[in-house]
Design a protein around this ligand. Sequence first.
Ligand SMILES: [Cu+2]
Length: 371
Amino acid sequence: MKLTGKCLLLLACMISVCSYAQQEEHHIPTENKDKSCEGSCCCDGNSQAPLGVMTDHIHDKGTWMLSYSYMNTRMKGNRIGAKQASDAMVYQNYMMSPETMNMTMHMAMLMYGVTDRLTLMAMGGYMTNSMNMNMDTAGGMMFMNGQWMSMPGYTNPGMQTSTSGFTDTKLSALYNFSNKANQRIIGSLGISLPTGSINATGTTLLGDNQRVPYDMQISTGSYSLAPGITYVRKKGLWYFGADAGADLKLNFNSLGYRVGNSYHASTWAGYQLLPWVSATLRAEGVHTARISGSDSVIAIPVYQTSDPTTKTSNYGGDVVNLYLGFNFHIMKPVLDKFRILAEYGMPVYQNLNGTQMALKSNLYLGVQYSF
Ligand SMILES: [Cu+2]
């Protein structure tokens, strides 16, 4: 019932947009009809969506875009549900407590306009994860010969581990349903191929070169489908947008588990401060489901009672982030082919399943080159 209503509303919107666009076609003033604005508009100046939204624009037929993005996600401390949890609280159920985690990705993306409405996109990258863990030093615990032993007076230095490798490869198609010059309605469909590793090794309780838990792996090991819809509109120096999408894992991976599906929605507003720079504010909500199944190497009792990141029930949850962004685009010869974008976000709400590391910040930096 609810879904039918939403579909009808969407259909009505699309029909009105199309008929309005047809009416408007004859009234577009000539100065707005420059080549750069045909097919994929809202792209003039800096009126582009913030960097964290990747499905906001398309390219004119036969044109390309190459981009590099740097992405950094930091986590610090723990949460049990929506509440902050101290190490002492984590130690009530586990011998170890994650302290910080740092995820960095270098991502390359290529876009190509097949027609003025259809753009294809491919992306892949290289990822590095690192994590620090504290150990229950109050109990003077030490892990020896496959078990925890009490050693009064002993202070455990904790544990560091890191992994790195090439990520999954994502291929997407983006289609603009809108005819209007000052807005876009882009439907997108992506497929992610599990080219990254789920066998990455690092330091665990059992020593070096051990397979690390799920969050330290580079890939999910599953094929996934990513449908999405993005709306962008420009009005004077302002621009607005919203998007919603999902990442649906299609199969259990070769190690016998499936990372939870995720669903996201965001909305933003941008304002052109100067001809070459605009600022954006964005709110984003993300829901991630739990992991199904488990990796038998990770699901052993000694891990499960020691390290919260080894338990599949400690994955997934809801997070709301607020982002501030800047888009730079200088409309001078040569320079107009480049765009520089930056976005920084922090969570304002997080409610996580079980005991988990809390998100602290997301940073995105990108350079885009159109040709
Ligand atoms: Cu592009």
